[in-house]
Design a binder for this molecule. Structure first.
Ligand SMILES: Cc1ncc(COP(=O)(O)O)c(C=O)c1O
Length: 421
């Protein structure tokens, strides 16, 4: 086959033709712009609606109508176990056993809950290390948490920041900071992929460094779940939380996920806040005193399964199961590299601050505009390119491999070419 120049529609079309995952694009609804699908590069914020979601919701409505309370046991997807219907797919993404993952609540709520187990400070060991510029909800969660325990955030929260003049965090600097904090460090809590820069941190090395000083390591995987394959069990991460509405396409406010490593999750005496949904099913309906946690991450469940907050996620994860996170990642590496190559042809007044190394990033590229970032973002949106803007100065572009094509990237380039003229 004759190789086409990268900057041609023919090249993008040939890449799409060779892409085994290309048919998944047809399984999603796209917002329309001037009678055609928008270029949707915002799956890192809110994933698209799977076409199968509507029927999946209808099915649960029908079962509710027909079965009422009996639906807990007799619905086609019994509601009592609803959160378990897709743990296999999630465990493959997270690199864990099925027992180590569960779905419940939302990200920040899960973070607060799990921190009750993993942040039990004393006067000696009370510090938490996080990345400077972490997503604000994590910052607020930790600030309020340390205050609740009587500590001053200025003392108890240690931030790992990039070196002067740099935008990315160096693993060796994070590790050095962990070692410096030593026995005062209770916890490392970082985003697996930073929401602003798109940098994918070295979870294994940072987790190991935390363990070496006797601290736990927990991860906010909002931007990693469904974006990159992880190995949480082998990396010995203590816990992780994520939301399901970004790359996982679970819909706005979809129930979030939780990972708890087996060595903690299989210990019934591990401290936690309980509720009846985390109680062993064999005794749950005896309505007796005495909390008996289920084995695994499910032992952190609290309330009745939120069926309608999980139904679209279930529909979406069926596609992840078919596509496979490994194949999605392979495509994603190519797709994002293609976007990067085409961006470099454009005279845009910006710097790509996301690492150039594909092993240190997921789907997202963050474009830093010293000036006019917001204005340029508005112009992109007017032209049917859906992406987002984050202060200060960053436009985030995330071609999610599940439904974005090489032709989408090429169309983006075409629009931007006229733009800069
Ligand atoms: C990295 C990160 N952490 C936390 C959150 C907050 O999630 P939630 O609103 O589901 O609690 C988000 C939301 O976008 C996020 O991107």
């Amino acid at each position: 086959m004759k190789t086409q120049p990268l900057t041609t529609a023919a090249y993008a079309q040939s890449m799409d033709a060779a892409d085994p995952l290309a048919p998944f694009k047809q399984q999603f609804h796209f917002p329309q712009h001037q009678g055609q699908d928008s270029i949707y590069f915002c799956g890192n914020s809110l994933g698209l609606q799977p076409k199968s979601a509507e029927a999946a919701i209808r099915q649960e409505l029908e079962d509710w109508r027909a079965l009422a309370v009996e639906g807990y046991f007799k619905a086609r997807n019994p509601w009592l176990y609803y959160h378990t219907h897709f743990t296999r797919t999630l465990s493959e993404m997270m690199g864990s056993s099925e027992a180590e993952v569960t779905v419940m609540n939302t990200l920040t709520v899960n973070l607060h809950l799990i921190l009750q187990s993993f942040y039990r400070p004393d006067r000696q060991r009370f510090r938490i290390l996080m990345e400077a510029g972490a997503f604000p909800s994590d910052q607020y969660a930790l600030e309020t948490l340390v205050r609740l325990h009587g500590f001053d955030p200025a003392d108890a929260i240690v931030e790992a920041a990039p070196r002067a003049g740099e935008k990315l965090l160096r693993t060796e600097d994070v590790v050095a900071l962990i070692e410096e904090q030593g026995s005062s460090l209770a916890l490392v809590l970082m985003g697996g992929i930073n929401y602003y820069t798109g940098q994918y941190y070295d979870i294994a090395s940072i987790t190991e460094a935390a363990h070496l000083v006797g601290a736990y390591a927990g991860w906010d995987l909002a931007h990693a779940a469904g974006n990159i394959p992880l190995q949480l069990h082998d990396w010995r991460a203590d816990f992780a939380v994520w939301c399901s509405y970004k790359y996982l396409n679970g819909g706005p406010g979809a129930a979030g996920g939780l990972f708890v490593h087996e060595r903690h999750a299989s210990a019934p005496a591990f401290p936690r806040l309980g509720g009846w949904w985390g109680n062993d099913e064999k005794v749950r309906f005896k309505m007796e005193k005495g909390f008996v946690p289920k084995a695994g991450a499910e032992g952190w469940q609290i309330s009745t399964a939120q069926v309608f907050n999980m139904v679209c996620l279930k529909a979406s994860l069926e596609m992840f199961q078919q596509a496979g996170i490994g194949r999605l990642r392979e495509k994603s590496i190519q797709l994002t590299a293609y976007l990067e190559t085409l961006l470099k042809q454009l005279p845009l007044p910006c710097e790509i601050i996301t690492p150039a190394d594909p092993q240190q990033r997921g789907a997202q590229l963050s474009l830093y505009f010293p000036e006019k970032g917001r204005e340029i973002h508005s112009r992109m949106m007017e032209q049917g390119i859906i992406c987002d803007y984050r202060e200060p100065g960053v436009i985030r572009l995330a071609p999610a491999p599940m439904y974005c094509s090489f032709t989408d990237v090429y169309r983006f380039y075409e629009v931007l070419q006229n733009f800069s003229a």
